[in-house]
Design a protein around this ligand. Sequence first.
Ligand code: NAD
Length: 502
Amino acid sequence: MTVQALKKASASFDSARRDAAHFIDGAFTSGSTGKFWENRTPLDNSVIGRVPEGGKAEIDAACRAAKAALHGPWGKMTVVERTDILAKVADLIIARLEDFLAAECLDTGKPSSLARHLDIPRGAANFKMFADTVKNVSTETFVMPTPDGAGAINYGLRKPKGVIAVISPWNLPLLLMTWKVGPALACGNTVVVKPSEETPLTATLLGEVMNEAGVPKGVYNVVHGLGPNSAGEFLTQHPLVNGITFTGETRTGEAIMRQAALGIRQVSCELGGKNPALVFADADLDKAIEGVMRSCFANCGQVCLGTERVYVQRPIFDAFVARLKAGAESLKLGRPEDPSTTLGPLVSKEHREKVLSYYKKAAAEGATIVTGGGVPEMPAELADGAWIEPTIWTGLPDTSPIVNEEIFGPCCHIRPFDDEDEAVALANSTPYGLAASVWTENLARAHRVAAQMDVGICWVNSWFLRDLRTAFGGAKQSGIGREGGLHSLEFYTELTNVCVKL
Ligand code: NAD
């Protein structure tokens, strides 16, 4: 990219700098708390704009609007009318791709090549896919005998659950938020979203799209704020909320489940992970290196499904470590709009402190630092950003926090194993159970090992590949419930059985 083209792209990114606002009952507002925080980009720590912190009044107004909309035009629409509008939402996101892209890249710092192909198109697809899903749903019917011989028919009616609280994280802001808003609205619910405080922009922008697409007011609401003792907690405690869907850290999930107990609200939790990759000596090494590279370093390691533990069969251990090191060192840190950039910064300097604390711990525990381990030198204009080096360690004990706790940065620990049983035991050795990937050319081994992984998703010779109609969620402490395709309907609808005596 020429310097001039880069400057032009940067200017278009800069035009996305703006204040965020709540979106309540179809209108943008700063609310009444008078509290704001500065939204800073992790690229260089400069201010993008101000974000209002919602309080109890904003949450109450949003929940009331959502409740009223359930019984307004939205509730009266046929499924075809409703899903046509959602398909329009998807089209409008794509029509405004550059706006969403600039907002997402400013908020997160991620390379625009990634957001252009993943975050924004998947954000749009979440509306289209669930609109298609609900159009083709049927329910069960049973004919039963009765003592008088006339019989009875039982049939299921799927109804919207009501007002859904959506609480979302910062790593894939639009994608993960719409992964919940899409099915919730397709099923006829209304939503109040509390986006991550780190990434308020695309949820706000989606409000404009909702109005443009003709989504009735009150159906989609956004209240910005923090978690505990702020908009997040107030939302989960609001009596008009009928269900809570959450993506974020496992410890936050615990707090939200406690909050959901109030009034017996159903929760769906997609939580943290400490995902293993198992690389057998019979793997296609080129494919394994390419896949493990992506799973460790994509989105600067800030992917719940990412790999932070790599187990490699002993005969290929040294070769694997050398090639992953070369791969990590070939990553190019830089501004999102530069097409040669392959690695952005972490989401914030606070998060960098957390990740760096693990880098320090690894060194203190005597890890071999294969590459990285610190903060890179960046050009002066980016020096105040949340940049960090991609890092690989070997040589730590299995009890190390580095091997057991979710770090959520561009790093992994690689350890050798000798046989399949050992590999399976190591893979299952943490309290998390979100994802695993298995690299082998032996078909029987692939199926055998996959079946023993205590996880929600197990990849064989791939990573981050999934048909959106399949179930998604975590085992053990990585989540509760499954979303995706028809599985989402279990959470976003209430099933009523109607029994008709003939
Ligand atoms: P986080 O748990 O810190 O925050 C997530 C959201 O919860 C934010 O909007 C936050 O404001 C809100 N929140 C915090 N405390 C709350 C409370 N007491 N009540 C209500 N809301 C509250 O997570 P994060 O740091 O934004 O995201 C990273 C985490 O998310 C990682 O652990 C990652 O593994 C996980 N994650 C999981 C998946 C998945 O599908 N399993 C996907 C992406 C991210």
